[in-house]
Design a protein around this ligand. Structure first.
Ligand code: ATP
Ligand code: MG
Length: 247
């Protein structure tokens, strides 16, 4: 289970593995999700399982974007649902965002299992099941979204999104916030705000920033957004990984 000692040097990796395994057993996470987890874990190892200051800046910029948004939507896949269901619901509440299930390997069973799982963790409404709109430029299953969800959103948070879909969403002109441990991944590269951090740490961090900024005026939020430099954040993460100083 989750009873990994807090001071274990690979605490986050072990917790992440356990939750992904349980997600596969529960029909929430796909087998492909296990592989994606392995790739993420390698990068977290190299980062020393730490939130870089540049990733914290990104989390703050993401919070500001979500608070400024007309219609923010948090996209939830099988890994995100298995790893941080409570935290995703808390973030959606803190910024007034919709939660939408959006799967790379879409099956009705898994869509339903994830929606049920999020409701069990306190979500009042879960989108994604209407499937009445498409993201242009993608093949059928991967393009499917809700007309009153991701299709209508001006700001989307897509944790662990695949590169093609991240690029297609960015092409639609949406502000895209990505959580991805690999600063070289296309998802991170096309994001307006790449948060290079484990989703386990990143989502609660965005929520903390959003709560702290809840009473800030638009000018303050807009300044936080304008001051954030995506390329510098990616370069900083890459530098930290190459230096090996944290691991
Ligand atoms: P592309 O370059 O097209 O974006 P990719 O190789 O990144 O492709 P996947 O392997 O499908 O595509 O994506 C998994 C991504 O999710 C990887 O970049 C991995 O680092 C990241 N990832 C996996 N687990 C986590 C996690 N717990 N927290 C944050 N990122 C994670
Ligand atoms: Mg990627």
């Amino acid at each position: 289970g989750d009873d990994v000692p807090a001071d274990h040097p690979r605490h986050d990796s072990l917790v992440t593995r356990h939750r992904i395994e349980a997600g596969v057993d529960a029909g929430i996470t796909s087998k492909q999700g296990l592989i994606a987890e392995g790739r993420g874990e390698a990068f977290d190892y190299l980062l020393g399982e730490r939130t870089l200051p540049s990733a914290d800046d990104a989390a703050r910029a993401a919070a500001a974007h979500l608070l400024l948004a007309r219609h923010p939507v948090i996209s939830v896949n099988g890994n995100a649902a298995a790893l941080v269901p409570d935290e995703l619901v808390a973030l959606a509440d803190a910024v007034g965002a919709d939660l939408e299930v959006n799967l790379f390997n879409r099956t009705d069973e898994r869509m339903q299992a994830i929606a049920d799982h999020l409701r069990e963790h306190g979500a009042s409404e879960v989108k994604g099941l209407a499937a009445d709109a498409r993201i242009p430029g993608l093949s059928h299953d991967r393009a499917t979204v809700d007309a009153d969800g991701i299709a209508d959103a001006d700001v989307v948070l897509v944790p662990l999104e695949d590169g093609d879909r991240a690029a297609a969403l960015a092409d639609m002109g949406k502000v895209e916030l990505v959580v991805d441990l690999n600063p070289l991944s296309r998802s991170a590269q096309v994001a307006d705000v790449p948060i290079v951090d484990n989703i386990l740490r990143a989502i609660p961090n965005v929520t903390d920033h959003a709560r702290e900024l809840a009473d800030a005026d638009r000018e303050t939020l807009e300044r936080i957004v304008a001051d954030f430099d995506a390329e510098a954040a990616l370069a900083d993460a890459e530098r930290a990984i190459r230096s090996g100083e944290l691991a």
